[in-house]
Design a protein around this ligand. Structure first.
Ligand SMILES: O=C[C@H](O)[C@H](O)[C@H](O)COP(=O)(O)O
Length: 239
């Protein structure tokens, strides 16, 4: 089974189990969410569901529009029933790394407004410990003028290596939907980090807008497996 097929079965299962009529749904970003929106559109059509969709990025907004779903926002729907989103890595404690596509800020805001955060992913995202699978580090969204001092502070305080994410099809840095830069912090895999404390310390650095560490946020993760099964992992700390 291809990775795309693994993403698709996880996303479809999550949408089948977590979306109901009149729900307000946060729509995450990335390649796996594409399959969730596809399934959502099928269900809206076949079951005549009334669903309000709040996007987490330009990409998510386009997906909602392309699939003729009802586009909403946090002004109209400040409280969401669920948010469905992908992840770059999920560890045994349901701590997530997100932001591989640079959308972490709006994703975290939308997830924080949702009763439940449902993660959809292929099996490669399932890790025992952060860093086992995802080798690109933790994305950190920063105010452009401050990226150098922030980079130096993180390296000095926490070790590892921090890189400014560069754009792929343009010269220069990757600029987020919010006009910020992304630093990818390749943390030291031999160290044991207390991620809750690290996250707190990172967001206290002036100029750090948000981190891609999602702690105590996800209720359940669906992983599409190579054999066509979907496995789930639940959080002990979120309800
Ligand atoms: O910024 C991007 C998001 O956090 C994505 O949800 C994450 O990178 C996973 O993306 P994908 O489903 O493409 O692996």
């Amino acid at each position: 089974m291809s990775l795309n097929e693994a993403k698709r079965i996880a996303a479809h299962r999550a949408v089948d189990e977590w979306v109901w009529d009149n729900a307000a749904v946060g729509i995450g970003s990335g390649s796996t969410v594409v399959f969730a929106v596809e399934r959502l559109a099928e269900r809206v059509k076949s079951e005549n569901l009334q669903i309000a969709c709040v996007p987490t990025s330009f990409q998510a907004r386009q997906l909602i529009i392309e699939h003729k779903l009802k586009l909403s926002d946090l002004d109209r729907n400040p409280q969401l029933d669920v948010a469905i989103d992908g992840a770059d890595e999920v560890d045994n404690d349901m701590i997530l790394i997100k932001g591989g596509g640079g959308c972490l800020l709006q994703e975290k805001i939308v997830a924080s407004c949702a009763e439940k955060l449902i993660i959809v992913a292929d099996y490669t995202k399932n890790s025992k410990k952060l860093g086992d699978q995802y080798k690109k580090g933790i994305p950190i969204e920063v105010t452009p003028m401050a990226y150098v001092p922030i980079k130096e502070r993180i390296q000095k305080r926490f070790g590892g290596n921090v890189k400014l994410r560069m754009a792929i099809a343009k010269a220069g840095p990757c600029v987020t939907d919010n006009g910020n830069f992304i630093l990818d912090w390749e943390f030291d895999n031999d160290k044991i980090y207390k991620w809750k404390e690290v996250n707190h310390d990172l967001v206290m650095i002036p100029g750090v807008v948000e981190t891609g560490l999602f702690i105590n946020m996800a209720t359940i993760a669906y992983f599409g497996m190579p054999n066509g099964d979907v496995t789930t992992q639940r959080s002990d700390t979120t309800t």
